[in-house]
Design a protein around this ligand. Structure first.
Ligand SMILES: NC(=O)C1=CN([C@@H]2O[C@H](COP(=O)(O)OP(=O)(O)OC[C@H]3O[C@@H](n4cnc5c(N)ncnc54)[C@H](OP(=O)(O)O)[C@@H]3O)[C@@H](O)[C@H]2O)C=CC1
Ligand SMILES: C[C@H]1O[C@H](OP(=O)(O)OP(=O)(O)OC[C@H]2O[C@@H](n3cnc4c(=O)[nH]c(N)nc43)[C@H](O)[C@@H]2O)[C@@H](O)[C@@H](O)C1=O
Length: 318
C-alpha cells in the first residue's frame, strides 16, 4: 500500500537512534507532515497527556520508536524501570491510537524477545518457545506484551498494525554513555579515548565470544518504511542483516576504524548475555528488502559522526 506523502505521520521517540533515522528517511521520501515530541514535551508514561496528544494530531501513521533502551548492564541493573517504563509508554501510546482509530501503526520490538537458546538463525516462530536471557528479561517481557497488543488490536478492531523485531542497531544519534550504551557505540568511544590518551589496553566486557548481528540504523529506517508500505500481517517480522560477528571480531574491526593499535583484553566478571543472537531474515528478504550498509563502512561513518559531535569536553548526549 502506498502512503500519501501528505499523511500526518507521528514518529514517537524522534530524537533517538531509531526515531531520528526514521525521521530522516521519511523526510527524504517527501513526507510533509511529520509529527514529533520530545519526552519533555510529551511523556508517554503520562496517559492523559498521551490521549490528548493523539486526539489533537490524529496521525494516519504512528511509528513507536520511543522506549527506555540500554545495553546489557543497564538492562541487568534496572529491570524495574525497563519493565514499567516500556509497558506504560507502549500501552498508553497504543491505547490512545486505538481511541482515535489510527489506521496504521508500526511497533518496534527487539531481537532480545526470543529465547536465550533459540535455534540460530532465529525464526519469528521461536517466540515464546523457551526461557529468556535473564539480563534483559524485563525489557523482553514488555516488548512481547507490545507485540501481543498489536495482534489483539488487529484481531478485535481490524486495524492494520504491525510489529518489527530489529537486531542490534548502531549509527548516528546512538547513546555513547559508557554505563548505559550498547557495545558498538561503547567500543567506538573506548577505542577513541584509548587512542587519544595512549592507553595500552582496552578491556572488553565478558569473554568476547558472544556473537551479535549489527544493522545500521539507516537500513532499519529504510526497512520500516518498506514494511509500512508492503507488510500487513499479525506476526512480527525480523529485521537484520543475516550475518554476525563475535564481540572480539567487532572490537578488532572498531579498533581498525578508529586507529587504535594497543592490546584488547577481556573482563569475564562482566556478563556475556545471550551467546548468539542472529536473526533469520528470510521472510523480509522474500518480500524484497535487504540492507545496503556493510558493517565496516557503517562503523567508519558512525565514527566520523562521533568525531563531529565531540567537543573538547568529550561526549555528552543531547
Ligand atoms: N538500539 C538498538 O540496538 C535497538 C533498538 N530497538 C528498539 O528501537 C526503539 C528505539 O530505540 P533507540 O532509538 O535505540 O533508543 P534511544 O534511547 O536512542 O531513543 C529512545 C527515544 O525514546 C524516547 N523516550 C524515552 N522515554 C520516553 C517517554 N517516557 N516519553 C516519550 N518519549 C520517550 C526518547 O525521547 P527524548 O530523546 O525526547 O528523551 C528517545 O528519543 C526501541 O523500541 C528499541 O527497543 C530494537 C532493537 C535494537
Ligand atoms: C539490543 C539488545 O541489547 C542488549 O543486549 P546485548 O546484545 O547483550 O547488549 P550489548 O550491546 O550491551 O552487549 C553485547 C555484548 O558485548 C559485550 N561488551 C563488551 N564490551 C562492552 C562494552 O563496553 N559495553 C557494552 N554495552 N557491551 C560490551 C557485552 O558483555 C555483551 O556480551 C539488551 O539491552 C537487549 O535488551 C537488546 O535489545
Amino acid at each position: 500500500m502506498t502512503i500519501d506523502l501528505r499523511s500526518p505521520v507521528y514518529v514517537a521517540g524522534h530524537r533517538g537512534l531509531v526515531g531520528s533515522a526514521i525521521w530522516r528517511r521519511l523526510e527524504a521520501a517527501g513526507f510533509s507532515q511529520l509529527i514529533g515530541a520530545t519526552s519533555a514535551e510529551l511523556d508517554l508514561r503520562d496517559r492523559s497527556a498521551t490521549f490528548a496528544f493523539l486526539a489533537a494530531h490524529r496521525p494516519a501513521v504512528v511509528i513507536d520508536a520511543a522506549a527506555r533502551v540500554g545495553g546489557i548492564l543497564a538492562n541487568r541493573d534496572h529491570p524495574t524501570e525497563f519493565l514499567s517504563d516500556n509497558l506504560r509508554i507502549q500501552v498508553n501510546l497504543m491505547d490512545a491510537c486505538l481511541e482515535v482509530r489510527t489506521p496504521r501503526l508500526l511497533f518496534l520490538g527487539s531481537s532480545c524477545i526470543y529465547p536465550k537458546y533459540a535455534e540460530q538463525p532465529i525464526r519469528e516462530s521461536s517466540l515464546l518457545t523457551g526461557e529468556l536471557e535473564p539480563t534483559n528479561d524485563a525489557y523482553a517481557i514488555a516488548k512481547i506484551a507490545g507485540l501481543l497488543q498489536v495482534q489483539a488490536v488487529r484481531r478485535q478492531y481490524g486495524l492494520n498494525w504491525i510489529s518489527a523485531m530489529p537486531t542490534n542497531l548502531y549509527g548516528p544519534n546512538d547513546n555513547f554513555d559508557l554505563t548505559s550504551s550498547h557495545v558498538l557505540p561503547a567500543l567506538i568511544r573506548r577505542f577513541h579515548d584509548a587512542k587519544e590518551s595512549g592507553a595500552e589496553e582496552v578491556v572488553l566486557w565478558g569473554t568476547g565470544t558472544p556473537r551479535r548481528e549489527f544493522l545500521h540504523v539507516d537500513d532499519l529506517a529504510d526497512a520500516c518504511l518498506f514494511l509500512l508500505e508492503h507488510y500487513d500481517d499479525p506476526a512480527p517480522i525480523n529485521v537484520g542483516v543475516g550475518t554476525d560477528v563475535t564481540i572480539r571480531e567487532l572490537a578488532e574491526l572498531v579498533a581498525r576504524a578508529v586507529g587504535y593499535t594497543g592490546a584488547i583484553g577481556n573482563d569475564p566478571s562482566k556478563p556475556d548475555g545471550t551467546p548468539r543472537k542472529l536473526l533469520d531474515v528470510s521472510r523480509l528478504q522474500a518480500l524484497g528488502w535487504k540492507p545496503a550498509i556493510e558493517l565496516e563502512a557503517g562503523v567508519a561513518s558512525t565514527y566520523a559522526w562521533y568525531l563531529s559531535q565531540i567537543g573538547a569536553a568529550g561526549w555528552a548526549r543531547k
